[in-house]
Ligand binder design. Structure first.
Ligand code: PLP
Length: 495
């Protein structure tokens, strides 16, 4: 395929030989087609879901979420168990959070990773015990830290040295000790499928292993620290933070944390980050008396969005990571710490699908290179960038199928677009859809369970769609109701 052609049809997209077939790297076993060819989710036909709950509609398969949560927990427990180590799985709630999913995660033996006071409050309200919740964030407020301590959170992941001082002060005022982990930037940066090892991470999260503290010594905060800890000017800021957390009375240094990125398929980056963090733990252990019991390796495991995506199974990921951690610990003479992981997308992404109703359809002639023209069919649906911002934010690609009937016959090059006043409002950039697609047909966009509802907005005053849960064990039900026009106007002081 030539260079010019690739902007029209990307190399990964092929004309489907059987349009009814569901790519199993994208669609989990919860999705199928019934005798008439209609899409089913946990046994519910798409048209029955649309009839009951309308469109746009986020559908979450409880069966898929639960089985993936269980699969990750068991795979990691087994893989690390072979080396005598223990593992905790924290569901990263930022991917999609509501009370039902917190309950499912808790019942499947998972903990909860939160990134704000709001996520923390939701987790607690939904019944996740405080000691099974972690609080992240690079700019936590005093209220968020106080709330974490009042509710006995299992860990607060500190993101800067000033924050350690703030946590210490609040904890001492409350007469408690704060369990803290420190977020480290290991110099492994994952850019989708590519790893670039860098000495210094130019980003807001975490404390670098590479950066020297010499430049920081001038600041008031650091100067006051210098005398309390044995920090040397050649130490990294990560070491400065570790020695600080150890020296402060109000903080209990539980361990270190890193998160190298998202939608990662290769194992190499996770192994490299673990190696650097374990080496750091060994260095810290040589400087302080305290045992460092935990290492959190974050989330980031990739899922199938489009043809050609080949996500690895939880088993394979867990075995590779366990081997890499065990080898590094053995060469450092270190006991394997308690390991945590924080998958978000890998658990909830494939559990979610968005159903849309097709509206207008328009054929647009495009230059496919060498003076040839080709037609791309623009299919407008009743949602768009307000319910899925990822294509606009991250250039993310998705897959789509006809859901209310068999998608048979000729397939034509198409683009699914939203109804927003924005030319970038694309839902599925590249796809083939049946030539006889018509207004009123229902489309299902796959793997929208992560970072779609969570990033949704009211752009153009569109109400956010509701969330429906399906399960093979019970009838479908609303777990988050859709917004109404009254909701949209409720905060307008002039109405
Ligand atoms: N942990 C942390 C600290 C994160 O920032 C994120 C995502 O941004 C995650 C876990 C979850 O990542 P993913 O959904 O890719 O697994």
């Amino acid at each position: 395929m030539g260079q010019a052609q690739s902007t029209v049809v990307p190399e990964w997209l092929s004309l489907p030989s059987d349009p009814a077939e569901l790519d199993r790297h994208i669609w989990t076993p919860s999705y199928g087609r019934d005798g008439s060819g209609e899409l089913t989710i946990d046994g519910q036909t798409a048209s029955s879901l649309v009839e009951q709950f309308g469109t746009p509609q986020y559908v979450y398969s409880e069966d898929t979420f639960r089985s993936r949560a269980r699969e990750y927990r068991i795979a990691f427990e087994k893989a690390f168990g072979e080396y005598g180590a223990e593992v905790s799985v924290y569901y990263a709630g930022k991917a999609f959070l509501c009370s039902a999913i917190v309950r499912w995660a808790r019942e499947e033996g998972l903990n909860l990773d939160t990134a704000s006071g709001g996520e923390l409050a939701l987790g607690l309200a939904a019944g996740m015990p405080g000691e099974r919740i972690a609080l992240h964030g690079n700019n936590k407020s005093e209220n968020e830290i106080r709330r974490a301590l009042e509710n006995g959170l299992g860990r607060i992941v500190a993101d800067s040295v000033p924050e350690l001082f703030m946590i210490d002060r609040i904890a001492r005022n409350m007469g408690v000790t704060a369990p803290v982990m420190i977020r480290i930037t290991p110099g492994v940066h994952a850019e989708t499928h590519d790893f670039i090892a860098t000495a210094h991470e130019d980003q807001k999260f975490g404390l670098s292993l590479a950066e020297g503290t010499a430049a920081l010594a001038e600041s008031d905060v650091e100067a006051s620290l210098w005398s309390e800890t044995a920090v040397a000017s050649s130490d990294s800021v990560a070491m400065l933070a570790a020695l600080t957390a150890d020296a402060l009375d109000g903080t209990d240094l539980r361990g270190f944390h890193c998160h190298i990125g998202s939608q990662i398929f290769e194992a190499h980056g996770f192994g490299l980050a673990a190696e650097r963090l374990l080496t750091f733990i060994s260095d810290v252990s040589n400087r302080i008396d305290t045992n460092i019991p935990e290492l959190d390796l974050g989330g980031g495991y990739g899922i199938g969005y489009i043809e050609g995506d080949t996500p690895r199974s939880a088993d394979v990921i867990a075995r590779e990571l366990a081997r890499s951690v065990a080898d590094t610990c053995s060469s450092l003479g270190l006991d394997i710490p308690h390991i945590s992981i924080e998958p978000g997308r890998a658990l909830t992404g494939p559990a979610g699908t968005t159903l849309y109703t097709v509206g207008t359809i328009k054929d647009v002639a495009i230059d496919s290179g060498s003076g040839r023209t080709q037609v791309r069919r623009y299919v407008s649906v009743d949602g768009g960038m307000s319910d899925n911002a990822r294509p606009v934010l991250y250039d993310a690609d998705y897959s789509v199928v006809v859901a209310n009937r068999a998608p048979s016959g000729e397939q034509v090059l198409s683009r699914v677009v939203g109804k927003h006043c924005e030319s970038g409002d694309v839902v599925v950039r590249y796809c083939y859809l049946p030539a006889d697609l018509t207004s009123g047909d229902v489309l299902a966009v796959a793997a929208t369970g992560a970072y779609c509802w969570a990033l949704s907005s009211n752009y153009n005053y569109l109400p956010r769609p509701g969330v429906v849960a399906t399960s093979s064990a019970r009838p479908p039900r609303v777990i988050v109701r859709g917004e109404t026009e009254e909701d949209l106007f409720a905060r307008d002081a002039g109405l």
